[in-house]
Write a protein that binds this ligand. Structure first.
Ligand SMILES: [Zn+2]
Length: 196
């Protein structure tokens, strides 16, 4: 794995600019309707606007529920720090994730660095069956997301994650942890996940 991935600039916090917000791509999430894709596009923009204007460009999460018509108007919003956002500390987000038994939840959060999903994000995503999509919007306006497909297997996903963590012989530092997350993302289609 190239060291350039872990250079100081890559880990450095990037302040959100209006250009980054304008640059956010319209994503056609696999299997979602146009209405849902549009709503998620708006939420991704709102995420960076809130982070820029109210949270010093630090992490913010938005938790929403998908339904037949599109996306429920109720959503959970949580403000975090530079390196993490405690999604469940927001009562609405907690409620959406825990009460949604037959529906699907989408969580969007921003990363002040330009990095993709962290090992923590992946573990959280696997732990809660209700979370269908977990997306990261970087402060530069790029989007990465992971999604559970029909053939998704919780047991296989959990095993893959454990195997990778064991292979890395510990994930004590940020660099090892990020290598492990990239490795998981590169193999995740084997356990019924889709990563883009
Ligand atoms: Zn994250």
């Amino acid at each position: 794995m190239s060291d350039s991935l872990f250079s100081k600039t890559r880990n450095k916090k990037i302040a959100i600019t209006d250009i980054a917000i304008k640059k956010i791509p319209y994503i056609e999430y696999k299997g979602l309707t146009e209405l849902q894709n549009k709503a998620l596009y708006d939420y991704a923009r709102q995420l960076l606007v809130v982070s820029k204007e109210s949270n010093n460009s630090n992490e913010v999460s938005i938790t929403v529920e998908l339904n037949d018509k599109g996306i429920s108007d109720k959503y959970g919003l949580c403000l975090g720090s530079e390196h993490m956002v405690d999604i469940l500390s927001d009562p609405r987000s907690y409620h959406i994730i825990h009460s949604c038994s037959s529906c699907a939840v989408v969580i969007l959060h921003n990363h002040p660095s330009t990095q993709t999903l962290s090992l923590w994000d992946i573990s959280f995503f696997i732990k809660y069956a209700t979370i269908k999509i977990m997306a990261v919007v970087t402060n530069q306006g790029n989007i990465h997301y992971i999604m559970k497909k029909e053939n998704y297997s919780f047991d296989s996903a959990k095993q893959l994650l454990l195997d990778i963590i064991n292979e890395e012989s510990g994930i004590d530092d940020k660099r090892q942890s990020y290598i492990a997350s990239l490795r998981f993302l590169s193999l995740c289609s084997e356990v019924g996940l889709y990563y883009h």
